[in-house]
Design a protein around this ligand. Structure first.
Ligand SMILES: Cc1cc2nc3c(=O)[nH]c(=O)nc-3n(C[C@H](O)[C@H](O)[C@H](O)COP(=O)(O)O)c2cc1C
Length: 487
């Protein structure tokens, strides 16, 4: 394949391409190839494809809080000024990436103080870390210069966030078990500040039951993780899960933890539904579908990150309630409808839940028994309320109503019909057939999605991306639409 030179893009687009590449764990060349391929295959629509690639990059970056204001053609990194980050560098091969992380954090205005374990000093020097952070680099617990005022407590007190990157298996084990026998572990256990961990290790170390146990313990203790990613390891011929998240992914996680992103949706109340519904047959059996709630929950979280007051009405799912969102748990379609109607009025409503179209007319009060000679029971079904149509035509209809259409055939025709019939402003259409080609486990239950946005203005195709990226981009679109809706 011919090589691509990323030279003639303007600086802003180049920067966004670099960030998107880092997010997807690709080189810039590979990222550009993926996007160009998508454009050539028509996934980005037919007209103005290059414009659309640029637009896609900008939207994704801004949706994920990566966008930086552009002043006179120059990128002015936003966001972390005034924030103090204590970066703990552990002894792994990925330590060299921590140097880039220092640079990325400082260019966003953060003050970075560095602490290195003695193993870390086998990989990179305190000289480099000190030059990049423009500060003394801390290495010793028993440091005559710094311990007169209990330096390990001060290091924690004078930070807004502690970041461990790379976090070795050893550092994770120490923190999970409460060890405090060097400066890094002592600071980590002496802190009351949030802790973000970016593990980096050989895939077998990451998969080891001890590391898995430590990770679960740390998560329970409130530690946040970013990565690790799957991919090539620095060691030759090694690949798998264990590669440290890219510096820009770590920056994005830091921004999310410190909640410093733009808040275009603050003051806006948004209802989101997610997950399946369970329609009882008897006290132990029910009718359901394969919806995991991943997409709806991701959308609720993305809207909350943009400052919205999000009310999530969730059917039964096996995933956690998103942070910063008010979640109401329901089981049946009728309960979901009642919960949604009680939440009106709202500025916008996004109906992602896969609501059962039918329920049994009468669910049995007792478990239906198998009786010899009687044959199987006959279930009579009745229609469930259509929650989207109900809100789309409601006297308290939100200014923006968005529905989802999961179809296995005639996707666009069904989505366009749904748009008209249900009184929605937008339908997000996704092909949930086995042959959709999205992700290894398909759209339902999987982590990836490819959607089309259907509105009166036409159909916009989005390339395949993670459900988190679909959520971020949809949240940005909602913020954009609500700008023009006065309530
Ligand atoms: C060449 C080399 C590479 C290493 N890379 C890693 C690594 O990527 N991740 C890890 O957890 N440990 C790695 N180790 C092992 C750690 O350096 C070792 O566990 C050390 O005690 C960690 O100390 P620390 O947690 O105080 O930084 C590596 C060791 C060597 C010799």
């Amino acid at each position: 394949m011919a090589s691509i030179t990323i030279r003639n893009l303007d600086d802003e687009v180049k920067e966004l391409l670099r960030r998107l590449a880092a997010e997807n764990d690709r080189s810039m060349e590979e990222q550009a190839r993926v996007m160009i391929r998508a454009a050539v295959e028509g996934q980005l629509g037919s007209a103005g494809r290059i414009d659309q690639i640029e637009q896609t990059l900008r939207e994704l970056a801004s949706a994920r809080g990566l966008a930086t204001p552009v002043v006179a053609g120059k990128i002015m990194p936003r966001g972390l000024s005034g924030k103090r980050i204590l970066l703990i560098i552990g002894g792994g091969i990925a330590a060299y990436k921590a140097l880039d992380l220092i640079r990325r954090l400082r260019e966003r205005g953060a003050a970075v103080r560095v602490l290195m374990t003695s193993a870390a000093q086998e990989f990179i020097t305190t000289l480099s870390a000190g030059a990049l952070s423009a500060d003394h680099v801390f290495t010793e617990l028993f440091d005559r210069q710094n311990e007169h005022d209990v330096g390990h407590i001060r290091l924690s007190r004078e930070a807004d966030l502690l970041v461990v990157a790379p976090a070795t298996a050893d550092l994770m084990a120490k923190l999970a078990n409460g060890h405090a026998n060097d400066l890094a572990s002592t600071v980590l256990i002496a802190t009351d500040k949030p802790v973000l961990i970016a593990p980096a290790m050989n895939p077998r170390m990451w998969a080891h039951p001890a590391t898995r146990r430590n990770r679960a313990t740390l998560q329970k203790d409130g530690v946040t993780f970013v990565g690790p990613a799957k991919g090539e390891m620095a060691e030759s011929n090694e690949a798998g899960e264990g590669r440290m998240a890219e510096p820009l992914e770590i920056v994005a996680a830091i921004e999310a933890l410190l909640d410093v992103g733009p808040k275009p949706l603050s003051g806006r109340k948004i209802i989101v539904t997610s997950g399946p519904t369970h329609e009882p047959i008897d006290p132990v059996r029910y009718i359901a579908n394969r919806s995991s709630g991943k997409q709806g929950h991701a959308i609720a979280a993305a809207l909350a990150r943009l400052g919205a007051d999000v009310h999530l009405v969730s059917g039964p799912v096996g995933i956690a309630d998103p942070a910063g969102v008010k979640t109401i748990h329901v089981e049946r379609a009728q309960e979901m409808r009642d919960a949604v109607e009680q939440l009106l009025p709202a500025d916008a409503a996004v109906f992602v839940a896969a609501v059962a179209d039918w329920r049994t007319e009468n669910s049995a009060g007792e478990k239906i028994k198998k009786v010899a000679g009687e044959g199987p029971p006959v279930l009579r079904m009745v229609e469930n309320p259509d929650i989207l149509a109900g809100v789309g035509h409601h006297s308290q209809r939100p200014g923006l109503v968005i529905g989802f259409a999961a179809e296995t055939r005639d996707l666009l025709r069904n989505a366009e019909a749904k748009l008209k019939k249900k009184g929605a402003d937008l339908i997000v259409a996704n092909d949930v057939s086995q042959g959709s080609g999205v992700g290894s486990s398909g759209v339902m239950g999987g982590d990836r999605n490819r959607v089309r946005i259907v509105s009166k203005a036409g159909v916009e195709e989005w390339p395949e991306m993670s459900k988190d990226d679909v959520a971020a981009r949809l949240a940005a679109l909602i913020a954009e639409r609500l700008k023009t809706i006065v309530v």
